[in-house]
Design a protein around this ligand. Structure first.
Ligand code: GLN
Length: 615
């Protein structure tokens, strides 16, 4: 890959989708990345979303699924979460391209006078801007090593033929020509429907979709065909003939019990060889080392003993709204050898008002909550369902049910404690009651106190542990500090902290100023943890998030064993010394993450047949 002049030539894999959306294009692209990574290549990724929004920050999780947050504070499409989890990389906000971002950059240039004299047009100005963006971002290292990656996997959102994606298709067509054959590989993910169980798989939709792609000047190197069952060689031959794609470049991606099977499904059909050949990288050919993933995938299929988590949220109708939390729970459950079952509880259904209006819904919500081994209250904005979340926190606290409160979930736990234990009846967050007499959660922007726009505390921030032997510090491997991602405006009122602490609530993690409460715990409870940050974003299949691991371990009776290992951890137990601890922590507390040795993976409903572990 070294060119004359020692400049490394970047290789690009473009993944497009045809026929219908929701085929699992993101998972396919992530699996392609993983396959290449397991051949020893350094892989990065770019997701193109052809919508006009600048970023996903303002989009409703109801419609679009969760907003994923990156280290740099970028609020991006949830597919970037798939890439980070599969490839164990850290992306930047620029790895998510939107029409809004591209037009904004071109219009800014136009206003600056950079195009003075010319008519600014989609071709060449927008298409050039897209190509420059891709080239610039592809070179950013994302795996913690220096130097640019070898391969950039680009996923084009939407379906071929969408009006919105036209400038991107044009730009990518020009781009493939510019970088040249041998540096660009196009994988088209398409649907091969099987009309009934014994019916014949239908190739026509894929033929049409490839024809559409060709009419736009793009020829696929590889066809990745989604179907409910494995495609026969005669179906592949037909596709090959009509779509002009070599037989060995047609990959059958049939339904599997969980998405960790996808990389090996591709490997078994030699998809990596087809990709490496298209990228002129045949010298790299090796047997992709996917043993860990295969083992994880198989282990997951065999899990029997359930762990039930009540997820008390607002968007319970669309599980993608909490995708990263779902994945983090799964990572932790597999590490604890438990089959994850999520009871989605609509927070407002727990409220007394619902009991009057709709007693059936209220009863069902309470039954789901009471049937759970653990309670999780996720983040959220706006006051709908907040009282229900407070009720859930109270239920978990009083009944000693393991509880993890994330962001708003931490805030409601503090409000509940102030109300129930301190007796401050109308304690609240000023987000929900601007005039509350007992504001235990207040607007605490890092920047302006008068403007809402741009005042969100976003991205990676540091938390220092205050109590060496608290559960969270132990679960994080007794490091002196941790970095996790944030997305909020409100925080625990520093003026009420000592009052709350005297009443038994312990703020075990704070920021460097000591003013911002980051972790709250109840020592007298088996596992009651609230965090102002979102640990779910950094959970990885093979490195489950510490606090999720704590929750599931507590829910399945394994927490003591985990904590014992953590405190008494030695190198032999797999705990890696991580350097200097904060003064005050004893040497035995200076060990790496408890999760350093756990091998597990993640799931995605779009790829499973509904019988798998995913819920
Ligand atoms: N709405 C709360 C805040 O802005 C919580 C945000 C969240 O849960 N992400 O602080």
């Amino acid at each position: 890959m070294q060119k004359a002049g020692n400049k490394k030539e970047m290789k690009y894999v473009l993944v497009t989708g045809g026929v219908v959306s929701g085929l699992g294009k993101g998972v396919t692209a992530s699996s392609v990345g993983l396959l290449l990574q397991s051949c020893g290549l350094r892989v990065t990724s770019i997701k193109i979303d052809p919508y006009l929004n600048t970023d996903a920050g303002t989009m409703s999780p109801f419609e679009h699924g969760e907003v994923f947050v990156l280290d740099d504070g970028g609020e991006v499409d949830l597919d970037l979460g798939n890439y980070e989890r599969f490839l164990d990389i850290k992306l930047t906000r620029d790895n998510n391209i939107t029409t809004g971002k591209i037009y904004q950059s071109v219009i800014d240039k136009e206003r600056r006078g950079d195009y003075l004299g010319s008519t600014v047009q989609v071709v060449p100005h927008i298409t050039d801007a897209i190509q420059e963006w891709i080239e610039r971002v592809a070179a950013i290292p994302v795996d913690g090593k220096e130097g640019s990656p070898d391969v950039c996997v680009i996923e084009l959102g939407g379906t071929i033929g969408d009006i919105e994606s036209m400038p991107f298709i044009e730009a990518l067509g020009q781009f493939s020509y510019r970088v040249g054959t041998g540096n660009f590989c196009l994988i088209h993910v398409s649907l091969v429907p099987v009309l009934n169980v014994v019916g014949e798989p239908k190739t026509k939709p894929t033929q049409h979709s490839v024809r559409g792609l060709r009419s736009l000047g793009m020829t696929p190197n590889i066809l990745a065909c989604r179907s409910t069952m494995e495609l026969d060689v005669n179906v592949k031959e037909k596709l090959s003939r009509f779509c002009h794609v070599p037989l060995e470049n047609i990959v059958s991606l049939y339904d599997v019990p969980n998405i960790w099977h996808i990389p090996s499904l591709m490997r078994d059909q030699k998809a990596h060889e087809a990709i490496l050949k298209a990228l002129n990288l045949l010298s790299v050919v090796c047997k992709p080392a996917l043993e860990n993933w295969t083992t994880m995938a198989q282990r997951c299929d065999m899990l029997q003993e359930p762990v039930v988590v009540a997820m008390v949220g607002k968007y319970t109708g669309l599980s993608d709204a909490y995708l990263s939390i779902h994945k983090a729970l799964l990572h932790a459950s597999v590490a604890c050898r438990r089959k994850l079952i999520i009871n989605w509880v609509s927070a407002s259904d727990l409220e007394d008002a619902t009991a009057l209006k709709d007693p059936e819904a209220n009863r069902a919500a309470w039954n789901s909550l009471k049937a759970a081994d653990a309670v999780l209250v996720p983040g959220g904005f706006g006051d709908r369902g907040v009282e229900g979340k407070i009720i859930a926190a109270k239920y978990a606290r009083k009944n000693k049910i393991p509880y993890l409160g994330i962001c708003l979930g931490m805030q409601v736990a503090v409000i509940e404690y102030a109300r129930s234990v301190l007796g401050l009846q109308n304690a609240n967050s000023t987000e929900f009651d601007a005039n509350t007499k007992n504001p235990c959660v207040i607007f605490m922007p890092e920047g302006s106190k008068t403007h809402m726009g741009g005042t969100m505390r976003l991205g990676s921030r540091r938390t220092y542990f205050q109590v060496a032997d608290c559960k969270s510090a132990q679960l994080y491997g007794n490091q002196s500090f941790i970095d996790e991602r944030h997305r909020h405006r409100y925080e625990v009122n520093p003026n009420m902290v000592s009052q709350l602490e005297k009443a038994g609530l312990s703020f075990t993690g704070k920021d460097e100023t000591g003013q911002r409460m980051q972790i709250v715990e109840l020592h007298s409870h088996p596992y009651f943890v609230g965090v102002q940050f979102h640990p779910e974003y950094k959970s990885r299949p093979r490195k489950p998030s510490a606090l999720f691991l704590g929750l599931i371990a507590a829910a399945s009776g394994q927490l003591d064993a985990f904590l014992k290992k953590s405190v008494g951890g030695t190198k032999a137990n797999g705990y890696i010394p991580i350097g200097k601890g904060k003064p005050g922590l004893s040497p035995k507390h200076r060990y790496g993450p408890i999760n350093a040795k756990v091998n597990i993976g993640s799931f995605d409903g779009m790829y499973t047949n509904g019988n798998g572990l995913h819920v």
